[in-house]
Design a protein around this ligand. Structure first.
Ligand code: TYM
Length: 328
């Protein structure tokens, strides 16, 4: 069975970008593939060097994964820092990555701009650690959102380069997996590109109905459709992206027709999105609360997940050592 792996940094709560970009795919995949999901706590050190209670942050994400429907019996969940084998692979892969190419990765350039006082080596080699996360399980598929495309390109490069240098066909080139065959980018509703924690424009799976309604009703719009059948400006298309994802096709067609004949009222559109979002999020939120209360269960799931992940990673690292020529 093909292997699948993916992770999320525990730098806050899960938001709709994480959910629609990645977690929804995890849940879909766990029945058909050999899946493993993890919490990328090492990666979070690249931007949050003093992370506070990092174990509690990992529990938070774990409870949210479970609430979204990831079933640890089908798909073990682990914490990245519980699998030290990853680091050995990270070291070997880094030996084959070049400064120039790492410096050209867009996310590195963006992060370097955002935190000019902390352009650390971990930030530079972030894609290599991500490649190690994936390649240690020799995973074939990785469910991610559109923002991870370049990191995934680097992961494929790591796999290809290792295979070429040692003349082996050991690592598969991991492919991005998208829920409905298309890379998804959940926009922010404040008119600023994507929804993201560092953008401060997130709707969280933990948000209550009132908060969700408030956030949606505040979404940036414009003066309204001016000419029949005109293209939609980005901020309005963003609202339609939400509508497409959370509402039924009939509801989408209704508002789309209203846009096209210039009768659309943004207030109605936002109310519809807010109500459909509330209906989707409420049961997840309730499950998050229930799982969060059971710390023993969360810790047991993470421990059991780590055992499976370590066995898988150790087997790969052993092969890698043999291929390079180290004692095993
Ligand atoms: P992170 O923690 O930023 O985001 C986790 C997942 O959520 C997706 N995502 C989005 N998708 C669509 N629209 C958005 N607005 C949006 N915001 C976030 C991301 O694409 C991602 O899938 N580098 C990764 C963590 C990681 C990883 C890995 C992922 C580390 N190692 C190995 C896969 C495999 C990251 O920072 O994701």
């Amino acid at each position: 069975m093909e292997k699948v792996v993916s992770g999320i940094r525990p730098t806050g709560n899960l938001h709709l970008g994480n959910y629609f970009g990645a977690v929804r795919s995890f849940v879909k995949m766990q029945d058909e593939y050999d899946c493993m999901f993890f919490i990328a706590d090492w990666h979070s050190l690249t931007t949050h060097p003093k992370p506070g209670d990092i174990q509690q942050s990992a529990r938070t994400i774990l409870a949210e994964y479970l609430a979204c429907g990831i079933d640890p019996k089908k798909a073990p969940i682990y914490v990245q820092s519980d699998v030290p084998e990853t680091l050995e692979l990270y070291l070997y892969l880094n030996m084959n990555m070049y400064l120039g190419e790492l410096e050209r990765v867009t996310t590195f350039k963006e992060k370097a701009r955002k935190q000019p006082d902390n352009v650390n080596a971990g930030l530079l080699t972030y894609p290599t650690l991500m490649a190690a996360d994936i390649l240690q399980h020799r995973a074939a598929k990785v469910p991610v959102g559109k923002d991870q495309e370049q990191n995934m390109e680097q992961a494929r490069k790591c796999a290809r380069r290792f295979n070429n240098i040692y003349g082996v066909d050991f690592f598969p080139e991991p492919q991005n997996f998208y829920f409905s065959d298309q890379a998804i980018k959940i926009p922010g509703l404040d008119g600023s590109g994507k929804m993201g924690k560092s953008e401060g424009n997130c709707i969280y799976l933990r948000d209550d109905d009132k908060t969700i309604r408030k956030k949606v009703m505040k979404a940036v719009t414009d003066a309204g459709p001016q000419e029949p059948n005109s293209p939609r400006p980005e901020v309005i298309e963003n609202l339609f992206t939400f509508l497409r994802i959370v509402s039924s096709p009939e509801v989408y067609a209704h508002f789309d027709a209203q846009w096209n004949d210039c009768t659309l009222r943004y207030g109605d559109l936002k109310k519809q999105i807010a109500e459909d979002l509330c209906a989707m999020v409420a049961p997840i939120r309730e499950r998050i609360e229930a799982f969060s209360a059971d710390v023993d269960l969360l810790d047991r799931i993470a421990r059991e997940g780590a055992e499976v992940a370590r066995a898988s990673a150790a087997a790969t690292v052993r092969e890698v050592r043999k291929i390079i020529g180290f004692r095993v």
